[in-house]
Design a protein around this ligand. Sequence first.
Ligand SMILES: [Zn+2]
Length: 390
Amino acid sequence: MVSPNTATPATVRQVNRAILLNLIRTHQPVSRIQLSALTGIYRSNVSFIVEELIQEGLVCEKRGKPEGRGRVPMFLSLNPDGFQVVGVSIRAGETVSAVADLTGRIRQSTSFRTPKSPSAWLEHFRTALARLRSAAGPGPGTFHHLCVSVPGMVNQASGEILWMNALPNYSGYKLRDAAEAATGIATSVANDCHLATTCERWLDNTAGDLKNFVFLEVGDVGVGAGMIVNGELCTGHNSTFAAEFGHMVVDPSGPRCNCGRKGCWELFICDRATWGYYDATREFSASRFAEVIQAAKAGDRKAVRAFQKTAAQLSLGISNIVMVLNPEVVVLAGRVTEVWDLIYPSMANAVGTLPGKPQIRPARMSAEELFLHGAIRHALSGLFAAPQLG
Ligand SMILES: [Zn+2]
């Protein structure tokens, strides 16, 4: 009898299939011979798997230019019409739903105001999905997977929202089960920053070579984060939370955090904190924050000092994270990255003397785009990821 922890020939073929599909994605158009050279997989095995992918409509081939008197080479690409998924990003104000093809490109999108109750949300979402289905036309009307990005704590294994500060009525809602029952589409639910982390990895030019990195999203009133360790997203032992760097206590006598403790790091680096360093006499608002950004860009000394203070606090936390995880890269998202030249020197200074010296860079997309595209990538990941053993 075969142990469930053992790789069978079928598992090996599935792993090779995922590897080839990923290489077609990153190297397209690419020939079978090139795929064999890139992977070391026998040409006959490459051809066998490629035929399977063509049959399933995931890959298409096009004739290349004739090479001398030799055969005309055939080049392989992902078939964008072969597979469609739905990515959804719930934010406190608005929910965006998008249909994407196999390459991750968004075909259609639609949005609605996020209601206060999750059952009302589900009704709105059904309507949005019907709109997307009719926009997709009569051809590719099947959506193979649905992934929802949630700005809160989620049990990724069960798809239940455990805690959502911005929308308290959603806490305890079994979103995955409810969405599957309402739509008939296989669904996964994940934390927004965890999805953004995997999206950043996908977008990385070195495609999969980035094995250890930390993602930080500096938001209006909090900080979200995710981390990839040894090539895997870390979700904690019970799939509920990990990498909550924003709640590292940096000042036990500091202000009260909504996690119940005092002096959490996010209270010193979120946009509301920067606003407080700039103008403590007026309440923070997301639209007012644009004021301090513009002022800092124009060289206003008070605004520059406010961002320098935030940068000093950011640097403190990042240097601690680096000492624990030794990541290759720390990626930062959020509006604070709009004044990158102001905040970067302090962070570079703080990690420059540490062993490992990670690169610190801004994210490749805005945080909102990363949440939505992260959901899309996650919905596609079943195709591109090799099966796990055990
Ligand atoms: Zn906290």
